[in-house]
Design a binder for this molecule. Structure first.
Ligand code: GLN
Length: 332
């Protein structure tokens, strides 16, 4: 049934939360460092239309780290900062069919298959505010907190904030903790360096990428960020053009094919909108031109996607008729 006014929309979202909140299967990711340990009972849902009406339900003021949901937004920023050609030389657009933390590289080019897996996201990260290629320091290992890392992270936090329409912050304590255990991403970055797809030093890229993952958001922030993508890169409330139309469109395309890790094909068939998940339990979904959606519930399935979140999206997309491949769609 199509909700009509604000209270009935919120009521409807509460109803979806309650129905999907009974499933207590799955585990909270062990990769989230202890200080951010999350209460498994938390859950929230938010919806922002492309013309800026905002609705939330449940724990919609609870902060969590954005993790992999940062990847599409940073990809869009990289496209505008480095240009399509340079980005495309360094990271592909094919689903990997493997877990998000695999080193999935394309034979021949050595590029990561797509920007939604860690290998691709680490490359994408350093294409924001890129170093001029001639300033590569040959073999000189810079410290992980070099001015380059700080400038790039600041630009990324600014960019993510513009997507959200308010100032977001990095949880530095969590980021330190995550980085101190991040041997796997460091290994991936070192491999990327040997394939010549990383312009910066591996430590710099992973240090900055970790800060990027530790930006704190609420489900409402995520829904506004998703709505900015739905609205061709213009924030629906602030009116700011955050990324170009081309960058927004390409980002949504990659989300559609690769956003839900190796569950992406099943997701597109069942739920039918571009989406992105993260290990802290968030999911965003975008119906181009219409709406940005976000869910939060920390228990994950084996692919790393929030179990309750997937169910919430299934309900919302069916009830509101959002599937992109449907021939008729109701107005949201
Ligand atoms: N920081 C996490 C990592 O790089 C993010 C992964 C995720 O959310 N899937 O491993």
């Amino acid at each position: 049934e199509q909700p009509e006014d604000a209270s009935s929309v919120s009521e409807y979202l509460n109803h979806v939360l309650a129905e999907c909140g009974e499933d207590t299967s799955g585990e909270i990711s062990e990769d989230i460092p202890a200080p951010g340990a999350t209460d498994p009972a938390l859950h929230a849902l938010a919806l922002v239309t492309a013309d800026g009406s905002e609705y939330g339900a449940g724990d919609d003021e609870h902060y969590f780290t954005i993790q992999s949901i940062s990847k599409p937004f940073v990809y869009a920023l990289a496209l505008d900062d480095s240009g399509l050609e340079r980005v495309h030389e360094s990271v592909g657009t094919e689903p990997s069919g493997e877990a998000f933390n695999e080193l999935s590289l394309e034979g021949g080019t050595g590029r990561p298959l797509n920007p939604m897996i860690n290998a691709g996201a680490i490359v994408t990260h350093q294409l924001v505010n890129p170093q001029p290629t001639d300033s590569k320091n040959n073999g000189q290992h810079t410290t992980s907190q070099s001015p380059d890392v700080q400038t790039r992270t600041a630009r990324i936090v600014e960019g993510l904030s513009a997507f959200a329409g308010r100032d977001l912050k990095v949880d530095h304590e969590l980021a330190e903790d995550e980085y101190s255990k991040d041997y796997r991403n460091l290994a991936i970055a070192h491999m990327l360096k040997t394939h010549d797809v990383l312009a910066t030093e591996p430590e710099e890229a992973v240090r900055g990428y970790t800060d990027q993952c530790c930006v704190l958001v609420t489900v409402r922030d995520l829904a506004r960020m998703a709505a900015t993508l739905a609205n061709n890169g213009v924030h629906p409330e602030t009116g700011e053009r955050v990324v170009s139309e081309g960058a927004a469109r390409r980002t949504l395309s990659v989300m559609a094919t690769c956003g839900m890790y190796d569950g992406s094909g099943r997701w597109l068939a069942r739920i039918g909108i571009p989406a992105k998940s993260g290990i802290s339990g968030g999911i965003i979904g975008v119906l181009p031109g219409q709406v940005g959606l976000a869910s939060f519930a920390p228990r994950l399935d084996d692919e790393g996607n929030s179990i309750q979140g997937v169910e919430m999206f299934a309900r919302l997309c069916a009830d509101l008729g959002l599937h992109l491949m449907a021939s008729e769609r109701r107005d949201v």
